[in-house]
Design a protein around this ligand. Structure first.
Ligand SMILES: Nc1ncnc2c1ncn2[C@@H]1O[C@H](COP(=O)(O)OP(=O)(O)OP(=O)(O)O)[C@@H](O)[C@H]1O
Length: 273
């Protein structure tokens, strides 16, 4: 489905963020990208739809090399890739429905989008998607009236409205609390499975990646240093991805967080007595 071949990116600053990344993502696979800050996860995701221009290498979506396309062809091909962002990227003053319909912008003629006249089939589909993500009762609310988790559901529905063949997902839960994060990851992975839709998910949270991803790719300094099933992600593999010091710090951070959550639960339970 997606084949990356020797994909590299060197920024104008001289910083090489990706070194010869070669990766195949088959139809229906949900792949989690992990790695320390600065490893190149966002760069990799953004090189696929050319929000960042690759310096060299191939980005084959089916048999089209996206890295080679001119502007007009790229615009057409980008419809095939849905993107979901950490900060949702919604138009806050538009309604939930209008935000979802904006996923169709690549398909409707300019005058129609300008007048916000979408074909009835698009509107029907947008309602079905809002129903699927649990927001049917919020269709007419403004996006800025929603919670973070609800906004991300709109982001998911908008990406799906595009009818994509691939989803790129950039830290979808980084702005959400742990419980909402799990709900969003569950929804996302269920929808991908229902549709046989492949996804690449840039995910900071290792336990969340282990729980929800089918395959994990670990990046370090722009290179793939791990590629395997979540249960192959041993302590040794994590140390290789994050380095000894960072991995120990992350583990300590997780333990602290778990202790703080347990403490808060105990206090609430004591108050409720
Ligand atoms: N626009 C840019 N110009 C120059 N260097 C950049 C640019 N964007 C990213 N970089 C550099 O490329 C490297 C990879 O960055 P990238 O954001 O892809 O990493 P990441 O793994 O997504 O990190 P994080 O988890 O912190 O978001 C870093 O060293 C970063 O400083």
């Amino acid at each position: 489905m997606l084949h990356l071949e020797q994909l590299s990116k060197t920024y104008k600053t001289g910083e090489t963020a990706l070194h010869d990344v070669t990766l195949d993502v088959p139809k229906g696979q949900i792949l989690g990208l992990i790695g320390p800050s600065g490893a190149g996860k966002s760069t990799l995701i953004r090189c696929i739809n050319r929000l960042v221009e690759p310096s060299s290498g191939k980005v084959l979506l089916g048999d089209v090399d996206l890295a080679k396309l001119g502007k007009a062809d790229l615009r057409r091909q980008r419809r095939r890739i849905g993107m979901i962002f950490q900060e949702y990227a919604l138009v806050e003053r538009l309604t939930v429905m209008e935000n979802v319909l904006s996923g169709r912008l690549g398909y409707v003629p300019f005058w129609r989008s300008f007048l916000r006249k979408y074909p009835p089939a698009d509107i029907q589909r947008a309602y079905a998607l809002l129903d699927r993500v649990g927001l049917i009762d919020h269709a007419d609310k403004r996006a800025d009236a929603l919670s973070g988790g609800q906004r991300q559901r709109v982001g998911i529905a908008r990406a799906l409205a595009q009818d994509p063949e691939l989803l790129l997902v950039d830290e979808p839960t980084a702005s959400l609390d742990p419980k909402t994060s799990r709900q969003i990851m569950r929804l996302l992975t269920e929808i991908c499975t229902e549709r046989g839709l492949p996804a690449i998910v840039n995910i900071h949270d290792v336990p969340l990646a282990q729980q929800f991803m089918q395959r994990i790719v670990g990046l370090r300094a722009g290179r793939v240093v791990f590629d395997g099933a979540p249960d192959a992600l041993t302590e040794a593999a994590l140390t290789q991805i994050y380095g000894e010091e960072d991995w120990n710090a992350m583990r300590a951070g997780d333990a602290e967080q778990a202790a703080a959550e347990a403490d808060a639960r105990d206090r609430i339970a004591a108050l409720a007595k």
